[in-house]
Design a protein around this ligand. Structure first.
Ligand SMILES: [Fe+2]
Length: 281
């Protein structure tokens, strides 16, 4: 029997985990494996009102895998990164505006790292309105394709760039801003990711710039259509945050975005990222 009590939130993505408290998450060895298993099955796990403190969050994430420390220095606890539009708390707040578009974390890393395996967010302050986090299952997006589409798209490759995601929110960048975006190298990923598990998912989202070998417009239209289908309202779980909620999602099989909120709102999420070890191929 599973050590977790799981309630599915929608048919294709998301489940609520009940009956665990933050002490157990930070200290129970058996929970790490159970959470990873439930995450693979559900894409997103919601722990309502968990009240996980930053140290316990990092301890819990350490049970899931290796923690990403590349964004350390913005919070007193190593492994915690504050997600907020408040520039006094996060000097890179402008970049976060791109998170209002559907994306997969880690498609355009600085070096050659593979996408983060999981992202954990805990709500410290919430927006008065808006600011939900929305999720869609990218395995289900592949599974919903027709056989002909699966065949046709199986060999396509897509170029992803930081510029593509940033241009959606800043279409007219100053030359120095553009130069900074372009200093981040682009990454070419297959449209269909064949995972070690044998499952397949679509690699879509804001960082997807163009399809290799297709006419630019045709490729853009295809990416937009596939993203639209993947994120139809019936296929999305939207999490409305309460202070103390913790949500974890699996970047290998989930697209996500934040719903817009007032930039002056106090919304602040504490993020910890668990590194991945599975390249997109
Ligand atoms: Fe993200």
């Amino acid at each position: 029997m599973s050590v977790l009590t799981i309630n599915k939130l929608t048919e294709s993505v998301g489940a609520e985990v009940l009956g665990v408290d933050s002490d157990r998450l930070a200290s129970d060895d058996a929970l790490g494996a159970a959470v990873l298993h439930a995450l693979e099955d559900n894409g997103v796990l919601v722990f309502p009102g968990l009240g996980l403190n930053p140290e316990a969050q990092v301890a819990f994430c350490g049970r899931l895998g290796e923690i990403d420390h590349s964004s350390d220095g913005h919070h007193r606890v190593a492994g915690i990164y504050p997600v907020t539009l408040d520039k006094s708390k996060n000097a890179s707040a402008d970049y976060l505006r791109a998170t209002f578009d559907w994306h997969i974390d880690g498609c355009t890393p600085v070096g050659d790292t593979v996408p983060q395996m999981a992202t954990v967010l805990s709500a410290k302050h919430v927006a008065q309105s808006g600011g939900e986090t929305e999720f869609a299952n990218s395995y289900a997006a592949y599974d919903a394709l027709s056989d002909a589409e699966k065949k046709r798209y199986g060999s396509l490759r897509v170029v992803h760039s930081l510029e593509a995601s940033q241009r959606r929110v800043t279409p007219d960048p100053a030359p120095e801003v553009l130069a900074k975006w372009r200093s981040r190298r682009t990454h070419t990923h297959p449209l269909v990711w064949t995972h070690r598990s044998g499952r397949k998912s679509l690699v879509l989202g804001a960082s997807a710039d163009y399809v290799v070998g297709l006419d630019r417009e045709e490729g853009t239209a295809l990416l937009a259509e596939l993203l639209d289908r993947a994120t139809l309202p019936g296929r999305v779980y939207s999490h409305t945050w309460s202070v103390g909620d913790t949500v974890i999602w699996d970047n290998r099989g989930v697209l996500h975005r934040a719903a817009p909120y007032d930039p002056d709102s106090p919304r602040e999420m504490l993020r910890t990222t668990v590194l991945g070890d599975e390249p997109i191929r």
